[in-house]
Design a protein around this ligand. Structure first.
Ligand code: 6R9
Length: 583
């Protein structure tokens, strides 16, 4: 029997209070995510249980109990609050590979009452700078490997008071930086965690949109109700599971389901900090006897490419539940997983940085329709809205905008310093309402920015994004960020970044540029541009191709028509240029 039992029955009289039952919550307990994921599990008698099984490049391995998690996160919490004097609500960035200290410090930041800002360690200078600037980040925790990028930016980031290096040789740390290796520092047995209110800020995740720089989606401590309940009902995690979430905590999946949900439930998590190598992945599942696996379509398609023979070399019989998120999970991948993993399909789940937790999903026990994202989570009111009128579509099969009635616990509370953009995400009468009123309104819709249709059985079918954001391998890339980096190159006059089709990543980035007078297209110039932007962007955002054009199509107001360029690239009906909307 799965944790959710009957999906249909769970829909009846649903109340988020059931999350408390799932956690065994008592009134008056401390609602601090850092505390709940470590101290609380120990207090419930599971201090000696393995919390983290860790493997890195080569054969580096480590194991930590919940008591270790408690003590090492205390160490970071003390550093942040007592030694550095970081105040409640200040942003502390975690900028490291998936090493154990990333997990300890994330929880430590929350225990200290600060806001955790995890960023991909692969980010180049510019990607990093934009996000630290936007958040007004006070402190950054990083490693010897990545601190160089921070050093280059420090002068330009007046709010950044502390740079902490958490590993390596203490003599390599420069003046003005702090060295703190938690496992070598004195143990901090007791730390009184910040007494968070349900609405106290917890985590800020940056996500890319079509226009402007990335936006910081702000989350709060009470998000844990959604995260824990969905971890139980969708991922079906139980006490004796060994769970592997392949996501990096720089991505919301890596925090909501790679830290918070599973550890709130006291489950054992495995982390593999190495790049994608199919054989290594299978061996990791086999050797650690992984039972529940949460991954993403690009990884699944990459495994498919390596063929069935490779899978058969490993004993993956411990696996019992598989789920996926981040991009469309094609029917073929579901059917393939069913075949090679002994009848177990990947269960597609749909959600966003903004939603904080799974919104639409395939549940254990509910028939999977390969290619469909499944049905709304109990307690989530979902619909698709007419593209023009923004009214809910009643008839099945018609494509509209996926939208949710606001108010579930893990919903983001604001885009940091961008209230207008936050407001623009709601359909309905928004004028004169505060951000909190918007979030709790029962007559508004939060509009996701994705298109889908709903079939007569209530299953959602993803169609595509409603904007120009590129989803490459599950990673959202905003065209604006790439274009901004491109136009800083001396030869480039104008630039457009669009998606181009790709068999594994679904989409990859393509740049289309015009040149300034005096410059001519050449292979050398293309290489020079690539090298120029490589240092500024994350490898994931790097264009795979640069096309030179004499001019770019524009709207009457002068905006570059990415949608038109994309249609050309995909061989789709581009429409008559003169009638394209001037938006
Ligand atoms: C958790 C996460 C959100 C966007 C979302 C949509 C795409 C996510 C999907 C999916 C098709 C799925 N997306 N899950 N598309 N099928 N099951 O991915 O957060 O990085 O904010 O991305 O990803 O376009 O709007 P985030």
């Amino acid at each position: 029997m799965s944790n959710i039992g009957s999906y249909e029955e769970r829909l009846r009289d649903f109340d988020w209070g059931i999350a408390r039952q799932v956690l065994g919550w008592q009134d008056g307990e401390l609602l601090n995510i850092g505390h709940i994921c470590s101290d609380r599990i120990c207090a419930r008698g599971k201090g000696a249980k393995t919390a983290l099984i860790w493997e890195g490049f080569g054969d580096r391995k480590a194991r930590y109990t919940f008591d270790d998690l408690r003590v090492w996160s205390n160490g970071f919490a003390k550093l942040i609050r007592d030694d550095l004097g970081v105040g409640v609500g200040e942003r502390v960035c975690v900028f490291m590979d998936k090493i154990p200290s990333l997990y300890f410090s994330f929880l430590g930041i929350l225990k200290a009452g600060a806001v955790a800002q995890p960023l991909f360690s692969a980010f180049g200078d510019e990607s990093l700078e934009v996000r630290l600037k936007s958040a007004g980040t006070t402190a950054i925790l990083t490693t010897q490997k990545h601190v160089k990028k921070v050093r280059k930016l420090r002068e330009r980031l007046p709010a950044l008071k502390h740079v902490v290096v958490v590993d390596g040789d203490p003599t390599k740390v420069q003046p003005g930086e702090t060295y703190f290796d938690v496992e070598r520092a004195p143990r901090v047995e007791e730390f009184e965690s910040f007494r968070a209110e349900p609405e106290s800020r917890s985590v800020i995740h940056y996500t890319s949109g079509t226009t402007g720089q990335p936006k910081g989606a702000q989350h709060v401590h009470s998000s844990i109700w959604s995260q824990a309940l969905t971890t139980s009902w969708v991922l079906d995690l139980r006490d004796d599971d060994t769970y592997w979430c392949t996501a990096d905590p720089g991505w919301v999946t890596g925090t909501s389901y790679g830290i918070i949900g599973p550890w709130a439930l006291g489950a054992t998590q495995a982390v593999l900090d190495s790049g994608f190598v199919a054989e290594r992945w299978y061996r990791f599942i086999q050797d650690n006897r992984i039972t529940v696996w949460y991954s993403a379509p690009t990884a699944i398609r990459s495994l498919m490419r390596e063929g069935e023979e490779l899978v058969r070399k490993f004993d993956l019989s411990a696996l019992r539940h598989l789920a996926s998120v981040g991009e469309p999970l094609n029917a073929e991948a579901v059917v393939w997983s069913q075949k090679v993993f002994d009848g177990k399909p990947f269960h597609d789940t749909f959600w966003q940085t903004e939603t904080g937790s799974i919104m639409i999903s395939n549940y254990p026990g509910m028939p999977v329709k390969p290619g469909s994202m499944g049905k709304p989570f109990p307690g989530i009111t979902a619909t698709v809205l007419d593209l023009k009128t923004k009214e809910p579509i009643r008839e099945p099969g018609r494509v509209g905008l996926i939208a949710f009635r606001p108010g579930w616990p893990a919903m983001f509370r604001i885009y940091w310093n961008q209230e207008d953009v936050y407001r623009s995400k709601f359909a309905g009468e928004t004028a004169g309402r505060t951000p909190t009123e918007l979030r709790t309104a029962d007559d508004l819709w939060y509009v996701s920015g994705d298109r889908a249709s709903i079939d007569p059985d209530g299953y959602y079918w993803f169609v595509g994004r409603d904007d120009d954001v590129i989803n490459t391998g599950g990673h959202l890339v905003g065209p604006f960020e790439i274009e901004s980096a491109l136009i800083e190159h001396e030869a480039i006059a104008e630039a457009a970044a669009i998606a181009k089709p790709d068999p594994v990543n679904m989409e990859v980035v393509k740049a289309i540029v015009t040149l300034k007078p005096g410059f001519a297209p050449s292979a050398d110039l293309e290489l020079s541009i690539m090298n120029f932007i490589r240092k500024r962007l994350s490898p994931l955002a790097m264009p795979q191709e640069i096309e030179f054009k004499d001019k770019l199509p524009k709207t009457r107001s002068g905006k570059i028509l990415r949608r038109y360029l994309r249609a050309l690239e995909w061989g789709e009906e581009a429409g008559d240029l003169s009638t394209l909307e001037d938006d």
